[in-house]
Design a binder for this molecule. Structure first.
Ligand code: ZN
Length: 265
């Protein structure tokens, strides 16, 4: 699943392809996207200029010159691909946005779960999002977790707690903070909360720093624990474990991240 650094990178691609250009054609190529973005909405989009591309957590908003918004979400597998108008579409192209400079920005997604929806001027999409990692504070995290009796790892995936944190960086952040993924959210100590905020920021910053290499196909098992079951923990050498939590895989070090253990301040 694309995480915050990947979506931020993708929003940059959309920005360079669309901002200042007029949308001369918008085509949907799969019934799921046709349902979400019907012909009557496309009729309101074509002929409009894109004035900016905003990223809110993992949502991308293409803002048009009349104030309308096309809200894009990659879901599990979406991405952007640029092609020349008239050339064969990239594999799994679900929607293509053609501009007056002869390029098409294609929303590609092998699973066709990505979404693009139209929002009229004055009625932007409502997003229930907590602070993004770079703006997250210890107080905000403590307040968001104060009444949560469930495990910390699934809580971190709730976009109202931290906006843009996904399965990969939640695991990486918990490893950095030495917090067990099954620890009860509201029982985190002040030292653990501080360590977790630092861990979230560091894990995401690492993802941003890696972004260029990631795209160049040099993804060489870049994570500390994510997707590394059985590999030695980079800190202590203990084999990384994988457990299911809320239907997702969680990776952690059973030595560094002990249940109930206090994080190092
Ligand atoms: Zn370890």
């Amino acid at each position: 699943m694309p995480e915050l650094p990947e979506v931020d990178f993708a929003a940059g691609i959309a920005r360079s392809a669309l901002v200042g250009r007029i949308l001369t054609a918008v085509r949907t190529h799969h019934r799921a996207q046709r349902r979400a973005l019907p012909a009557r909405d496309i009729g309101r989009i074509v002929g409009r200029r894109v004035v900016r591309v905003e990223r809110h957590a993992k949502h991308q908003h293409l803002v048009l010159d009349d104030g309308a918004v096309i809200a894009v979400h990659f879901r599990m597998n979406g991405d952007w691909a640029i092609s020349v108008a008239g050339a064969p579409l990239p594999a799994y192209a679900r929607i293509d946005f053609t501009t007056n400079d002869g390029q098409s920005l294609c929303l590609v997604d092998s699973r066709a779960l990505c979404t693009a929806t139209y929002h009229r001027p004055g009625a932007p999409p409502r997003l229930a999002l907590g602070p993004e990692p770079d703006a997250l504070t210890v107080d905000a995290l403590r307040d968001a977790l104060a009444r949560r009796t469930g495990a910390i790892k699934p809580a971190l995936l709730d976009q109202r707690v931290v906006a843009g944190l996904g399965n990969i960086y939640a695991a990486e952040a918990l490893w950095r903070a030495r917090v067990h993924p099954a620890q009860v959210s509201r029982r985190l100590s002040p030292a653990q909360l501080r360590a977790l905020v630092r861990g979230i920021k560091a894990a995401i910053a690492d993802g941003f720093a890696r972004q260029g290499r990631y795209r160049d196909g040099m993804r060489d098992r870049p994570f500390k624990v994510y997707d590394r079951e059985g590999d030695p923990c980079p800190r202590c050498g203990t084999a990384v474990r994988r457990i299911p939590q809320a239907g997702r895989s969680t990776y952690f070090c059973p030595s560094c991240q002990r249940a109930g253990a206090a994080a190092r301040a």
